[in-house]
Ligand binder design. Structure first.
Ligand SMILES: [Zn+2]
Length: 74
C-alpha cells in the first residue's frame, strides 16, 4: 500500500516490472493528459505513451469549476 505522504505515483514496466520514469506531460484537457514512460532497466528500455484521466470525483471541490463539475457528473 502506498504511503499517503508519497507525493507521486509511479508506473511499473509491464515487461520487467522495473520502475518507469515519466516525462513529456501533454495536457489534452483539464481531465486528461498524456505522458511518456520509459523503463529505467538498462536490460529492458521499454517505453510507451501513458494516458492519465480523472474519471470520477470522490469529494466535490469547495471551489468548483462549473465546466469540470458538469463533466464529472454527466
Ligand atoms: Zn522494463
Amino acid at each position: 500500500m502506498a504511503s499517503p505522504t508519497s507525493p507521486t505515483a509511479y508506473i511499473n514496466c509491464p515487461h520487467c516490472a522495473g520502475r518507469m520514469r515519466t516525462y513529456g506531460h501533454v495536457m489534452f484537457s483539464a481531465l486528461t493528459k498524456q505522458l511518456v514512460a520509459a523503463c529505467q532497466n538498462p536490460d529492458c528500455l521499454f517505453s510507451a505513451r501513458v494516458g492519465i484521466e480523472i474519471t470520477q470525483q470522490l469529494q466535490p471541490s469547495l471551489c468548483p469549476n462549473p465546466d469540470i463539475a458538469a463533466a464529472l457528473t454527466r
